[in-house]
Design a protein around this ligand. Structure first.
Ligand code: NAD
Length: 421
């Protein structure tokens, strides 16, 4: 990695979450002078103290190095810089339309600080047309002329929580400018930090590429979930069907699960649907299939407990994926609600998630008198527990392993009925 080559030396990063904080820290250790901005005072304080408000491998070390070098500091509001990177949330509303209020607010907050020659990069995932539309319109309120005095690009983020620092460096980057010069200037920001290839393109292509990536994953998971349901109807194990189908050299079916969660895959495909409702039919169906999966898992769990009076279910894992602390849009929430609605008592266990709609219980309390362990998230810790010791505390020995990550023969040897997707 070489140091920054172009004029942009000072970067202001808006939003210090899963995307913004690692990006700010990596840019800082790549030689840029970075001001990180977040509305949350606890985030600002944590970063300035060299601490991190999220759980992510290696992040604390990089943030500490960045803060100690003097190249990273956090504050509550933006200030003048050569370039601005916006990495704020882009959730969906109840009606599945994009909520761009955070992007609007962040863009408006930098308008008073913009000066001639500035670059603004939007990293948040957005519906097609946002960068060259809404964002450019707001930034033009500065009086600077886009493409002449102000350069604007969309550089979508592709990192996977749990591997953020590695992927931030190694992944290829798509950089879409509202014109060629914007893309070129934005690429210069990322090159010192990124070992992957940097692909300049237009803003709308970059927006679409990001959305299509996640829609592709969503469609793939929906297919796997559908295979699991069809296989079940025929009395077959869906995972075995998929494993054997995948022995075909050109077939790569994904894993079924309890649904799809996180900030990206359950959200981003709706941005495609919103912009082209008559065309994005597979995309919409995949969303609906995956959104229905938690209910299917809850119903299957309750069928296993038909004969049990006042069943108690110990739910293992509420994070949307293994070994992360992120429970946003997690299917576990829908599973827990559906189980309760069907009359079960539920108790959730998770060693990573700290904030969640349900109380997080300790393992011992959760499995005591339980009738079923329902594993939803493949956190590594769950694989280390001794099935016999768990079984001794339970009332009924059933384990439903939706991720197929437990050693089933050990659970069976401990007297458990093992259920899989
Ligand atoms: N989390 C991921 O793995 C991931 C991966 C790829 C893309 N993305 C996309 O990146 C964007 C950010 O996601 P995230 O996971 O980092 O979100 P996040 O919720 O972890 O972090 C966003 C941060 O922005 C702050 N914020 C909100 N409005 C602000 C404003 N006006 N000024 C300054 N700070 C503000 C919030 O307080 C929060 O700390 C989203 O569009 C998301 O879809 C996320």
């Amino acid at each position: 990695m070489s140091g920054p080559e172009e004029a942009a030396k000072e970067i202001c990063v808006l939003g210090l979450g899963y995307v913004g904080l690692p990006t700010a820290a990596m840019l800082a250790v790549s030689g840029f002078s970075v001001t990180g901005v977040d509305l949350r005072a606890d985030v600002v304080d944590a970063v300035n103290a060299g601490d991190v408000p999220i759980e992510e491998v290696g992040l604390k070390t990089v943030v500490q190095a960045a803060v100690n070098s003097g190249n990273l500091r956090a504050q509550a509001s933006p200030e003048e810089a050569d370039a601005f990177i916006i990495a704020v949330p882009t959730p969906i509303r109840e009606d599945h339309t994009a909520d761009l209020s955070y992007v609007e607010q962040a863009a408006r907050s930098i308008v008073p600080h913009l000066r001639k020659g500035n670059l603004v990069v939007l990293e948040s995932t957005v519906p097609p047309g946002t960068t060259d539309g809404l964002l450019t319109d707001i930034l033009a309120e500065s009086g600077l002329v886009p493409k002449e005095e102000l350069f604007i690009a969309h550089c979508p983020e592709r990192i996977l929580p749990g591997r953020i620092l590695t992927e931030l460096v190694q992944n290829d980057r798509v950089i879409g400018g509202i014109d060629e010069e914007s893309a070129r200037r934005a690429a210069e920001i990322y090159r010192p930090m990124v070992e992957g290839e940097v692909f300049p393109t237009t803003a709308v292509v970059a927006e679409l590429a990001k959305l299509v990536e996640n829609a592709s994953r969503d469609v793939g998971i929906a297919f796997a979930n559908e295979v699991a349901r069809i296989s079940r109807k025929h009395g077959a194990d869906g995972r075995e069907v998929i494993a054997l189908a995948n022995r075909h050299p050109r077939v790569h079916i994904l894993d079924p699960g309890a649904g799809v969660g996180g900030h990206c895959i359950p959200v981003d495909p709706w941005f495609l649907v919103e912009g082209a409702p008559d065309l994005a039919r597979v995309v919409r169906t995949a969303r609906e299939t995956n959104d229905a999966q938690p209910l299917w898992v809850a119903e299957r769990t309750m069928r296993e407990l038909d004969a049990v009076e006042d069943p108690k279910i110990s739910v293992w894992g509420v994070a949307y994926k293994g070994n992360v602390d992120d429970a946003r849009e997690t299917p576990a929430l829908a599973v827990l609600k559906a189980l309760e609605a069907k009359g079960a008592r539920v108790s959730a266990v998770d060693f990573h998630v700290k904030r969640f709609a349900y109380q997080i219980d300790d393992l011992e309390a959760s499995v005591t008198d339980a009738d079923c362990v329902l594993l939803l998230t493949d956190h590594r810790e769950f694989c280390f527990f001794e099935p016999a010791a768990i079984g001794e505390r339970m009332r009924t020995r059933i384990v439903f392993d939706t991720r197929s990550c437990l050693a089933h023969e050990r659970w069976e040897a401990a007297g458990f009925k093992v259920v899989t997707l």
